[in-house]
Design a binder for this molecule. Sequence first.
Ligand code: HAM
Length: 419
Amino acid sequence: MAAGRSFRAPKGTRDLLVPESTRARRLVEVFADLAERSGFGLVVTPMFEELDVFLRLGEATDVVTKEMYTFETKGGDRLALRPELTASLVRAFVQHNPPTPWKAWCAGFNFRYERPQKGRYRQFEQVDVELIGTADPQADVEVVALGWRFYEALGLRRVALKLNDLGDRADRPRYLDALRAHFAGNLDALSEQSRLTLEKNPLRVLDSKRPEDADLVAAAPVIGDYVSDESAAAFVEVQVGLRALDVPFTVTPRLVRGLDYYTRTTFEFAGVGLGASQDAVGGGGRYDGLVEDLGGPATPGIGFGLGVDRTLLACDEEGVFPAPAPAVDVFVVDVVDGSHATVLCDELRRSGLGADRAYEGRSMKAQMKKAGASGAPLAVIVGPDEDADGTVAVRDLRTAEQSTVARGDVVESIRKLLS
Ligand code: HAM
């Protein structure tokens, strides 16, 4: 085997090391706590699905047509790494037929073959909730507010909530006709990319960030003029509900999302301090036809996915939700033979404390240096004298105070010093 060549993580992916890795995990814990206190239960689905599950998300969706990691197994199955979580959760809903409303939350990695840049990766994590089985606008309020409360819990203050009503599927053709007519009348003024998009999915043209399209997009018809009375009334109820909770939002009539399944309430959370093209820290909405698309009975649903990586960038931007200091409670310094450290660490850990140690019989000085670097407030030191007396020295690394305690009292004295 050829030696010497080294490797890097694949393009668009990142290794997360301490403390960024623990920070991302804490973020998921904050979300889990909030979701579970709101009645959502954890659901874990596979990271890959039958390719067809995702193809049902829509042929006009880049996420599906251009960005999916697809592969064939040795057994000939056509599978894809999940580009998002909603399709898998809806597939699981149809498969297990749980009682409704079904409130599911999950966290996990998604894969999209995108052009990597800051805040845009080929493997990225999302936290997600889905509330399936009710069209009650109060459910929309609950879901949107849950996202808002999550950002609040992290300490973020500069998040903007954009809200739109995309109407029902039956409302869509009339609006798409109006959009086509609007853009077709001004084709020359439209960027080449948007002309192509117009043929496939006129709605997505509204999402064009190209400066040459800006005027035409700003003058485009808005969906609010084309939605059914029922959808419009539900949207009013959602807004009233959010106001009652003091969740601020801006109705954004040209807000469209990158996935095709959305109906009625649709929303996005933008990190105000992030660059315009990567400012969406999360988004979601209703998908009242998706359960049927995936082979289930007609069932409404709503949910969101929040990007963990981008949310942490927004936290950096605002200087909130710092990485937790990776610290054990005690560092055990053993200058006898190392076996005392093994036994003491085991005892401390079994009693619920955090303990670490050095290896390879290093000098006292080297081990004390490691103790300092570990961030532990206390050190337990065993040298030949302590070994002979059946004692240990307990040193407070914050004050440099040191005392000798009986070997059998070590846990208790550590606890006292920590409290
Ligand atoms: P999405 O808007 O495609 O929606 O993704 C949600 C969030 O995931 C984005 O706002 C962003 O923060 C993050 N994200 C997306 N792509 C990337 C990427 N390449 N790199 C880093 N972060 C990214 C969905 O995925 C829907 N499934 C949300 C949903 C749930 N709708 C209803 N239920």
